[in-house]
Design a protein around this ligand. Structure first.
Ligand SMILES: O=C[C@H](O)[C@H](O)[C@H](O)COP(=O)(O)O
Length: 275
């Protein structure tokens, strides 16, 4: 049976909400005091689920945003807004929730479709547990399969032409500076005053159990590509969240310990980091 665009959009929203409520139920423990809140349309339901717990649970918690959108979400929900810049050295967030544009079988992520990625990575890496929340469209065997717009890369504007050259040399097909939204002339400007380049690559190989793909034949493993991208002068941060997960390192993990997917049949699929 075919679904209309309107029905599909409704299904997607329902899936996001289901995943968000389940993730909050499983990972937001009442004794927690510091919680990271990511960006995007799925995180809206995370904040909704948290606020629904009521002040008896949330009043002892502080919430740390990943940009201007999540700042507004936290404030609008009447939750205590704090900043990661004020988190004392040596302290971590108990948990951070965030969305993703694509999630592969090793829980590597593409993020930044909404032009937020740098602050998101800092908040995720500051949390003891990073939990990803998404809908069924984001599940993918390898990055670049479902999300075709390219890997979002946050760049210093003056370096953008050189970065584009380098991306092409690395095999990216038609990397582009992301334009501003309708009504904004010129490039999109991030919360950090920088630009975004979207760099499409051929689907990325999982790093685990694979020969290192170094881009020589146009094919990269996630880790090799990420390590190469972050070294390009002018690149501030990349929208690949990769490397070790939160089970393997005490802090600094970019990959989630668990990813929640709202499915089209109304179930929630949970994928957890193995080790
Ligand atoms: O730049 C935006 C962030 O990385 C989002 O978390 C990501 O794009 C997923 O957003 P959404 O939940 O709207 O699909």
């Amino acid at each position: 049976m075919s679904t209309t665009a309107e029905e599909q959009a409704k299904l997607v929203e329902t899936s996001k909400r289901l995943a968000a409520y389940q993730a909050v139920k499983d990972y937001l423990l009442p004794e927690y005091t510091r919680v990271g809140i990511g960006s995007g349309s799925t995180v809206v339901y995370v904040v909704e689920a948290i606020a629904a717990l009521g002040p008896a649970v949330t009043s002892k918690m502080a919430f740390y945003p990943t940009g201007s959108q999540s700042e507004e979400l936290i404030e609008a929900a009447g939750l205590d807004l704090q900043y990661i810049s004020k988190l004392p050295a040596g302290r971590q967030l108990d948990v951070a929730f965030d969305g993703a544009d694509e999630v592969d079988d090793d829980l590597n992520l593409i993020k930044g479709g909404g032009a937020c990625l740098w602050q998101e990575k800092i908040v995720a890496a500051s949390a003891k547990q990073f939990v990803c929340v998404a809908d069924f469209r984001k599940l993918s065997p390898s990055l670049g399969t479902a999300w075709k717009k390219g890997i979002p890369i946050e760049v210093l504007p003056m370096a953008a032409p050189r970065v584009l050259d380098e991306l092409q040399r690395m095999g990216s097909q038609n990397p582009r500076i992301r334009p501003g939204l309708p009504g904004k002339a010129g490039a999109i400007v991030t919360d950090n005053g920088l630009w975004i380049i979207d760099a499409p690559f051929a689907p990325l190989l999982l790093s685990k159990g694979t020969e290192p793909g170094d881009g020589n034949n146009g094919v990269w493993t996630v880790d090799a590509l990420a390590d190469a991208l972050i070294k390009i002068p002018g690149v501030a941060e990349i929208g690949l969240f990769y490397g070790k997960n939160g089970l393997q390192v005490a802090s600094g993990a970019q990959k989630p310990v668990a990813a929640y997917f709202g499915m089209a049949d109304g179930s929630v699929e949970v994928r957890t980091a193995s080790s």
